[in-house]
Write a protein that binds this ligand. Structure first.
Ligand SMILES: Nc1ncnc2c1ncn2[C@@H]1O[C@H](COP(=O)(O)OP(=O)(O)O)[C@@H](O)[C@H]1O
Length: 284
């Protein structure tokens, strides 16, 4: 499929030691139109001839990875999940691995310094391969990370995915990954009844095909105790980012109406990409 988002400018954050450098921060600030407000949140017109520099916020289990990955395929920009970078580092048995596994398995956050370093390296490697733009998933997660990011580049849009807290633990506990193809699935049946004027929500499980069934693995940090710790840390440390980006007019709140079949078209609509997907499928 042809790359649809043209390289309008360099998107890279160059890591050097523990600092970020950007060759294009000023240029990108100057060239970025601000998203226009709609219903109290930012709603984005996606210009087809410019870069995409988006951030996905949201609690553990909300579906950041699922929707960021789908949009990355649609828009031809890399989906960069800092959780994946951490897990790759863990799997590599490198010098950081032991330290990281203790932190991650308690549901705690890795230090800003380590995470910025991992992200810098990933962006540098992408830059070397000619990547441009990004959809960040799981970064920033602290105010310090948001400030570092803001110092070096311009984020166009921050999508804040939301689900009722009651379903997040079940969704995390239902997560499975195929150890061979790397695809993610979810075996949870979510059926939350509406009450006090709030709509109910139901989500069918996203089951793996038969050939993945015997190869499913569960993340070591997706136990009930650790998920609850991660949710608590999200509320304390990461939630303030919502206000930070809201005050900059960059936040698009998105209440997921259900599972992927209901939510994906609505998300595309909110991003004004609905007709875009049809055009892409027509030329594919
Ligand atoms: N930006 C970040 N800052 C600090 N720690 C991070 C960051 N991104 C990922 N991590 C670490 O990796 C773990 C897994 O992250 P992720 O896959 O994004 O999980 P979640 O399901 O909680 O969104 C986190 O619990 C944390 O320990």
């Amino acid at each position: 499929m042809a790359r649809i988002v043209r390289v309008a400018r360099s998107s890279s954050l160059f890591g050097f030691g523990n600092r970020f450098y950007s060759t294009s921060a000023e240029a990108s600030h100057a060239s970025s139109p601000s998203p226009f407000l709609h219903g109290g949140g930012a709603r984005r017109d996606v210009a087809k001839d410019r870069n995409v520099q988006w951030v996905f916020l949201g609690c553990p289990g909300v579906g950041k990875g699922t929707y960021a990955s789908r949009l990355s395929t649609l828009l031809g920009v890399p989906h960069i999940a800092t959780g994946d970078l951490v897990r790759e580092e863990l799997a590599s048995s490198g010098p950081l691995s032991q330290k990281l596994s203790e932190i991650v398995n308690q549901g705690k956050l890795v230090s800003d310094e380590i995470i910025v370093d991992l992200l810098s390296k990933r962006l540098e490697a992408g830059e070397a391969k000619g990547e441009s733009g990004f959809i960040l998933d799981g970064f920033p997660r602290t105010m310090r990370q948001a400030e570092i990011l803001g110092d070096v580049t311009d984020i166009d849009l921050v999508v804040n995915l939301k689900l009722p807290e009651e379903v997040l633990v079940d969704k995390c506990l239902g997560r499975r990954t195929c150890s061979q193809c790397g695809k993610g699935f979810n075996i949870a049946h979510i059926n939350l009844k509406g009450e006090n004027g709030k709509p109910g929500i139901s989500m069918d499980p996203l089951l793996p095909p038969p050939h993945c069934m015997s190869k499913l693995i569960t993340r070591a940090d997706d136990t009930e105790e650790v998920v609850k710790a991660r949710l608590r840390i999200y509320n304390e440390t990461s939630q303030p980012l919502e206000e930070y980006y809201r005050s900059k007019g960059k936040l698009m709140e998105f209440d997921l109406p259900g599972g992927i079949p209901e939510s994906w078209p609505r998300l595309l609509e909110a991003l004004r990409l609905d007709d875009y997907e049809e055009k892409q499928s027509a030329v594919a």
